[in-house]
Design a binder for this molecule. Structure first.
Ligand code: 9MR
Length: 563
């Protein structure tokens, strides 16, 4: 039987910015334009028009029309778009619809903290919980975690940091990217505009009011953990970073962190983890210079030792098979990681020695925890005065060219997704391809202040918040048809009514055409790529959250709220 996606009229279920583009995507077989109506909260028609026939959308198989009501700017709530008898989900038109989400997307990280109680004062009773993984029974870790048997003979205190996702593993490769994206939110605010990255007291976290920007406080929680993952001086492989720490076996759903009885192990160092740590630590040295010199110096020392260790061990790859009790985060090409880390270290130190490693470039393939080459160009464009002029001009040109491609993706598809894969497939965590590509478009806006770029970022928000093939908001708590059952061992309301649903502002991984879990396989056979998603707590391959996805959501939401 067909799946029910509700109304064929798809909108941003949160709302449209008064000064931004306002479009709906409509599934309609007609080859010629049809009439649309915009109705206000009282149901009165406030404006009408004819659709533009966009045509067949490859990723979804839908035949799509576009209704454009950009010129309508009257603020209000409860608007709908109607086509014939079909009515969209309701939405607002507001000067800034993203004020709440920019906070919630960042507060997700406090809720993911390991090694500290999550306190009622900040999150309310429903989300409060005891500290996890401090060695208090039945926990075994993370204050003295041994290596996997036979791989080293020391133990490390690797307490703290953020839990990765729905699991309670902690991984350096993507943890460093997530911390980097939060720190970049701060650096963007410093140099380019917006204010979200600078606020102290913006978030409900213990550090609010300490006179340090909250995004820095939150990212430091992870940075401190990342530094602990380095192999200590005097040991073999000193300076390398352990790839990850996680349980011996997968725990059941639900399992609160403090109830996890599994033994945890440090998995062997990898070059990729070491270089991503180096990149984030080099950035950490820069951003903390102003706020905490000692911590800045500690980060710089770690970045340099990590870099040297990676040069000495340039091909230690985390095995793909190491996927029991935690994810593999495997990667066998680290030229891109050398390039990104080299760029970050060069930006911070100006030491010419790093320049020759800066070889990767941004391409339309984008970036992810695995492919960090594009971040090289983003670092260069963030800090142009620190790089040789020829490199800056080239990086800037490439960022604009890639952003232009992403804007075309937004325009040419039935739904405004800046991500479009060459072979039509949607990967695990496809919403993070959307957010990361939107981040590149936003960077192009920062470089040029061209309205097209801002519009395309706002339209990317439309895609995430319901203007898509599923009529689905992938952001919890935002939209009538928002995800509610993300894969989590903590927020498991679908399994136990006494437990909360995921907190507002968490991003579901979204459509994944490879159907990599049993629930997806059973429920989504033959799905069109953009429709391979199910809001089920057991669908970890389509409905998990992850720190490196929410960091990207937080970045673009700060942009959308502040630009
Ligand atoms: O985000 C990761 C995705 O790119 C991989 O394809 C997938 C399978 O290896 O793993 C994803 O990361 C998961 C990790 O392995 C374990 N914690 C949850 C992460 C998000 O689903």
């Amino acid at each position: 039987g067909g799946r029910d996606f509700g109304s064929p009229v798809r909108v941003n279920q949160l709302g449209y910015a008064g000064s931004g583009p306002k479009q709906a995507s409509i599934v309609d077989p007609s080859a010629t334009p049809v009439q649309w109506q915009l109705r206000n909260g009282a149901g009165a028609v406030v404006t009408t028009g004819l659709t533009r026939v966009q045509g067949d959308d490859a990723a979804s198989g839908d035949h799509v029309h576009i209704a454009d009501f950009t010129d309508f700017r009257t603020e209000g709530t409860g608007y709908t778009v109607a086509v014939g008898s079909a009515v969209s989900e309701p939405f607002d038109v507001l000067r800034n619809p993203y004020d709440g989400l920019r906070r919630d997307a960042l507060e997700y990280f406090y809720l993911q903290r390991s090694g500290t109680p999550i306190e009622t004062a900040y999150v309310g009773d429903a989300y409060a919980r005891p500290a996890g993984h401090l060695g208090v029974a039945p926990n075994k870790g993370d204050t003295s975690v041994p290596c996997l048997p036979g791989t080293c003979d020391y133990s490390l205190d690797v307490s703290g940091g953020w839990y990765d996702a729905g699991d309670q593993g902690k991984y350096v490769v993507n943890g460093a990217l997530a911390a980097w994206q939060l720190m970049d939110t701060y650096e963007r605010s410093l140099y380019t505009g917006g204010w979200a990255g600078l606020g102290d007291g913006l978030l409900k976290i213990p550090e609010a009011g300490n006179h340090v920007p909250d995004v820095l406080d939150e990212s430091r929680w992870e940075m401190e953990f990342l530094l602990k993952m380095q192999v200590p001086a005097g040991q073999p492989l000193a300076g390398m970073a352990h790839h990850k720490v996680h349980d011996l076996a997968w725990t059941a759903l639900p399992t609160r962190p403090d109830a996890d009885a599994q033994p945890r192990y440090l998995h062997p160092p990898s070059t990729a983890a070491t270089l991503n740590l180096a990149a984030a630590a080099a950035q950490c040295a820069r951003v903390w210079q102003l706020w905490d010199r000692a911590f800045s110096a500690k980060c710089l020392a770690a970045a340099k030792t990590a870099w040297q260790a990676a040069l000495a061990h340039p091909a230690m790859y985390a095995p793909r098979e190491d996927s029991v009790g935690g994810g593999p985060y495997d990667d066998t090409n680290v030229t891109d990681e050398f390039s990104w880390a080299g760029a970050e270290l060069y930006a911070t130190t100006g030491d010419q020695g790093y320049l020759k490693s800066i070889t990767a470039r941004i391409t339309a393939d984008g970036f992810s925890w695995k492919d960090t080459g594009a971040l090289t160009d983003l670092t260069i464009t963030r800090l142009p005065w620190r790089f040789p002029l020829a490199r800056v001009l080239a990086a800037r040109q490439r960022v604009l060219a890639v952003a232009d491609q992403y804007v075309r993706n937004v325009r040419n598809q039935g739904y405004p997704n800046p991500f479009e894969s060459a072979d039509g497939s949607y990967p695990w965590g496809s919403t993070s391809a959307t957010t990361n590509n939107a981040l590149v478009i936003a960077t192009a806006y920062d470089l040029t202040h061209r309205r097209d770029y801002r519009d395309a970022v706002l339209e990317s928000m439309d895609y995430l918040l319901g203007r898509n093939a599923l009529n689905q908001s992938f952001v919890t708590g935002y939209g009538e048809r928002a995800s509610t059952n993300e894969h989590s061992r903590i927020w498991a309301h679908q399994l136990d009514q006494k437990l909360p649903s995921p907190p507002p502002g968490s991003l579901a991984g979204g459509p994944n055409s490879a159907l990599q879990d049993p629930v997806a396989q059973q429920n989504l056979p033959g799905c069109e790529p953009a429709k391979c998603y199910i809001d089920d707590i057991f669908s970890y391959s389509t409905n998990e959250t992850a720190i490196n996805w929410n960091s990207s959501l937080a970045w673009i939401t700060a942009f959308a709220a502040g630009s």
